[in-house]
Design a protein around this ligand. Structure first.
Ligand code: ZN
Length: 203
């Protein structure tokens, strides 16, 4: 099982980090050891002093596929969840400056807390789903999947050109603006529409 994560998929977030808006999707991978499930606490790693939250809608694949056309991509998933793409911004900045891969800043153990997954039957349109994220009860990020630069089915087409999608793989779809640091003791909560699906603390 692998986690595919999209970078810079909301214009307002690309701008807040002074990144150019990409012409095609960019993605990186996280290993299964990055997953954090069942609202388990996130342990702040000692190799970073600037861990940031990024809330993201997550797609769970239920079908094997390669070279999936966007118009058929919706046959490859039936559930969505919400997750945090924790990023060691200090390490990422060094990687970017040197043109190095991002893994040490993105793919470490516990970097990908995910919620339970809910059926897409509840929603009429994958491209019109609201989500939000609260840090210690304060709203800090909100988004709508319709604001993605590259929509879910286009992301699947792009990624599956390069690698086979397997059952149980996850797709993190990018974060809207409002990312920021966490500290030990923080409580993180994330919602799809008004349903609280993820809640955990930083230890
Ligand atoms: Zn992200």
């Amino acid at each position: 099982m692998k986690i595919i994560a999209i970078g810079r998929n909301y214009i307002d977030h690309a701008k807040e980090l002074n990144n150019p808006v990409p012409k095609e999707p960019i993605f990186f991978l996280m290993p299964d050891s990055a997953l954090l499930k069942n609202n388990q606490p996130f342990f702040y790693p000692d190799f970073s002093t600037d861990i940031h939250y990024e809330v993201e809608i997550v797609i769970k694949f239920n079908k094997l596929g390669k070279n999936i056309a966007a118009k058929f991509a919706n046959r490859y998933y039936s559930e969505i969840g919400i997750g945090i793409d924790f990023t060691a911004r200090d390490l990422q900045q060094k990687c970017k400056e040197k043109g190095l891969p991002w893994e040490i800043s993105k793919s470490f153990d516990g970097a990908a807390p995910i919620s339970e997954f809910i059926s897409l039957e509840k929603f009429s349109d994958i491209n019109n789903i609201n989500f939000k994220f609260e840090l210690n009860g304060q709203l800090v990020q909100k988004g709508n999947t319709g604001d993605m630069i590259f929509k879910v089915d286009h992301l699947i087409e792009h990624v599956s050109k390069y690698m086979t999608i397997k059952i149980g793989d996850y797709l993190f779809t990018g974060t809207p603006a409002g990312v920021g640091p966490v500290k030990i003791g923080d409580r993180l909560t994330a919602y799809i529409e008004d349903e609280k699906l993820l809640e955990f603390v930083v230890k």
